[in-house]
Design a protein around this ligand. Structure first.
Ligand code: CP
Ligand code: NVA
Length: 280
């Protein structure tokens, strides 16, 4: 679609970005996505709104629904997002919570499809913390026929409900969900190796302990050499060089992390168009 045609998709639609946590990729890609589609975006920083502090979450949802067509929100607690959605009369998009990061996972599968030419049968190995990014990837992999293997330390696995749900999706799509504590086992024969920070936003006080716990879960060239020869390395970013991934891997020939970040923009446009055009 030409840029001129795209700008006509959402003329004068307005979107609020309501963020409790910092962001580079999600904020910039959503703001530009709205602009490219001809709409208007308002960014509300963590300090401005004081969700649940200056004002109850339900009231914020009802007030914003008077002004905008869609709320894109990044929150500490997933419950806040649920409460926003319950009280808003417009759609609420998850821009990351402590439970899931679905917009990231959509950009991830788009990137995998571009690089590998397919999704079904691709072997995706995630190494590190069983966090929001891992949860969304496991579920979407199961839905789309991607074989998903995850290696986490004991105590940092994906919750049982997510694994059960991902396996239910996977049995319908013909893929497998494998759970292990052994990074070598997870990456063996992988087409894609993925990692994320060991300490997510909101867990900063645990950072030192987590660095020790996750030490043997670093994605480095030795681990990557156990995957397929043409393996692609992915990371949602921001990355902590020398912790969950070494700089040589992040900047090396296997890395597709910047294409992956770039695809956030295209996916954000698709999500907004799908949701806002459906509500016409
Ligand atoms: N990957 C991602 O969501 O990045 P930001 O936290 O910078 O938005
Ligand atoms: N798991 C990370 C993802 C950042 C994009 C976090 O929640 O901080």
């Amino acid at each position: 679609m030409k840029q001129g045609e795209m700008r006509c998709l959402l003329p004068w639609r307005s979107v609020a970005l309501l963020f409790e946590k910092p962001s580079l990729r999600t904020r910039v890609s959503f703001e530009l996505a709205v602009a490219h589609l001809g709409g208007h975006c308002i960014y509300l920083s963590p300090q401005e709104v004081g969700l649940g502090k200056r004002e109850p979450v339900a009231d914020v949802a009802r007030v914003l629904s008077e002004y905008v067509d869609c709320i894109v929100s990044r929150v500490f607690s997933h419950e806040t997002l649920v409460e926003l959605a319950q009280h808003a009369s417009v759609s609420v998009i998850n821009a990351l919570s402590d439970v899931e990061h679905p917009c990231q996972a959509l950009a991830d599968v788009l990137t995998i499809r571009e690089k590998k030419g397919r999704l079904e049968g691709v072997r995706l190995a995630y190494v590190g913390d069983g966090n929001n990014v891992a949860r969304s990837l496991a579920l979407l992999s199961g839905m789309l026929g991607v074989h998903f293997a995850i290696a986490t330390p004991e105590g940092f696995q994906l919750d049982e409900a997510t694994v059960t749900q991902a396996r239910a999706y996977a049995s319908a799509s013909g893929s497998d969900i494998m759970v292990t504590t052994d990074p070598g086992e997870a990456v063996s024969d992988a087409d894609v190796v993925y990692t994320d920070t060991w300490t997510s936003m909101g867990q900063e006080e645990e950072a030192a302990d987590r660095r020790k716990t996750f030490e043997s879960y670093q994605v480095n060239s030795a681990l990557l050499s156990r995957a397929k020869r043409d393996v692609a390395f992915m990371h949602c970013l921001p990355a902590h060089h020398g912790e969950e991934v070494t700089s040589d891997v992040l900047n090396g020939p296997s890395s597709i992390v910047f294409d992956q970040a770039g695809n956030r923009l295209h996916v954000q446009k698709a999500v907004l168009a799908q949701i806002l055009l459906a509500s016409d």
